[in-house]
Design a protein around this ligand. Sequence first.
Ligand SMILES: [Zn+2]
Ligand SMILES: [Zn+2]
Length: 138
Amino acid sequence: MSKDIKNIFHKQGLKFTPQRRAVLKVLQDTQAYLSINRIHTKVKELLPGTGLATVYRSLETLVELELAVKVHLEDGCHSYTLAPEGHRHPIVCTDCSRVIEYTECPIQDISKKLSKKTGVLIKTHFLQLFGKCEECRN
Ligand SMILES: [Zn+2]
Ligand SMILES: [Zn+2]
């Protein structure tokens, strides 16, 4: 896995730096959306002295390489998570930031209809759902 990721960086002429590696590791180890501050705190445990700006730039690079996904949570903060493999729709708990991946796609049929209606050939979409998970509801 990490060898493939190295290749993804090298193909784009980028280096898989220790900082980028640490940021990716933090995302890989977490099954939730993390705010940039929380990622920064965890990255510093792996690489003390890493600055917030470096973490931010690393995250943006990971998003560009489609290894990570950036979302706007309801509170207006940017959060990041590892990009899901394959076509999935994340359902995010707004209380604990837990992510449940929903693998059935409800959008395919709507896309076809919308393509007909609008004349735009819809190729892809990104859909996230937000709510309260079972544990947080109790
Ligand atoms: Zn929850
Ligand atoms: Zn879909």
